[in-house]
Design a protein around this ligand. Sequence first.
Ligand SMILES: Cc1cc2nc3c(=O)[nH]c(=O)nc-3n(C[C@H](O)[C@H](O)[C@H](O)COP(=O)(O)O)c2cc1C
Length: 171
Amino acid sequence: MDFFDVIKNRGSYRGEFEKGSVPQEDLDLILEAGVRAPSGLNMQTTTFYAVTDEKLRKRISEVFPTKAVETAPVILVITSKLVYAGESQMQFEIEDYSAATENMLLAITALGYAGVWMDGMMRFEGNVDRMRQILSIPEDENIRTIVPFGKPVDPVTQKEKKPIEERAHIL
Ligand SMILES: Cc1cc2nc3c(=O)[nH]c(=O)nc-3n(C[C@H](O)[C@H](O)[C@H](O)COP(=O)(O)O)c2cc1C
């Protein structure tokens, strides 16, 4: 798919996914898109888990009981580490994981899949702890978001955006 079509076709998909697994080569491309994202001072604070195991996915769907999580063949879990660097002790973990998540969503779209960035749901009390326990994620990794994805059963639409003139300016 042309890059600019990928940008236009990406949409948050919360519906049902088709049954069947995602081929390893597609999973590798999506994970590589995450790994290749830019990061502040190239600190690469982000870690990626692609959960394909049925039992683990079932346990995650008990934390996030939504159609997308319940039916997705893959649930990406993205974590970040708080690392201070340089003389001014800068840290970029939020920016790093956000750039990586968007890169992966674009890769997901380019390969004909759909998914949704579910970060808000992670913030409900207890959800991070439950996810840490299910996946044995180390304490020094902050669990940021999950992205359930797969082949969508229903059409994918991107939410309407405000007119470009309202938000972008060429000076
Ligand atoms: C930081 C962030 C957190 C989000 N958290 C959630 C979430 O918890 N649940 C959800 O269904 N969608 C979540 N979304 C998806 C947004 O709702 C979605 O991107 C927005 O409505 C625009 O729709 P579009 O992605 O189709 O353009 C999140 C998106 C971002 C960037």
